[in-house]
Structures are given as C-alpha cells and as structure tokens.
Design a protein. Structure first.
Length: 80
C-alpha cells in the first residue's frame, strides 16, 4: 500500500485530460471521415461498373430478342 501511495497519483490535471480527450476525439473523427470518403469512392466505382455491365447486358438482350424474332418469322415462312 505504501508503494502504491508513493508512486501512483489519482489526480490527473483536468486541463491536460481535456486536451487529451479533444485530441483523441479529433483523431477518431478524422479516421471516420477518411473511412466514409473511401467507402463513397468505392461505392461510386462499383456503381459505374455495374451500370456499364447492365447497359452491355441490355444491348445483348435486345440483339438476342431481335434474332429470336427473325428466326420465328423465318420459321413461319417455312411452315406455310
């Protein structure tokens, strides 16, 4: 107990603690803001990739539908 009383202090200067708390808050805030920006960039990149893929697939589907319709017309012509 005597060793603890000699070396440990329960008193932390309030001004110093306040500065430390503000610095930690700022550090965490900056980290979270960077994380949000990074996630926004990733989201935008993925949205662009998916938009391009969807447009390509839609064009392929249109071409296939046209081909199917042409083949149906040919089939009707042969069947008559």
């Amino acid at each position: 107990k005597a060793l603890y009383q000699r070396h440990a202090t329960d008193h932390v200067p309030t001004a110093r603690m306040e500065v430390d708390l503000q610095a930690e808050y700022q550090r965490q805030r900056q980290y979270l803001e960077k994380s949000v920006e990074s996630l926004k960039r990733k989201l935008n990149k993925n949205m662009e990739l998916h938009r391009a893929d969807n447009a390509r697939m839609m064009q392929e589907n249109v071409a296939l539908i046209k081909e199917v319709n042409e083949l149906r017309r040919e089939l009707r012509g042969v069947a008559q």
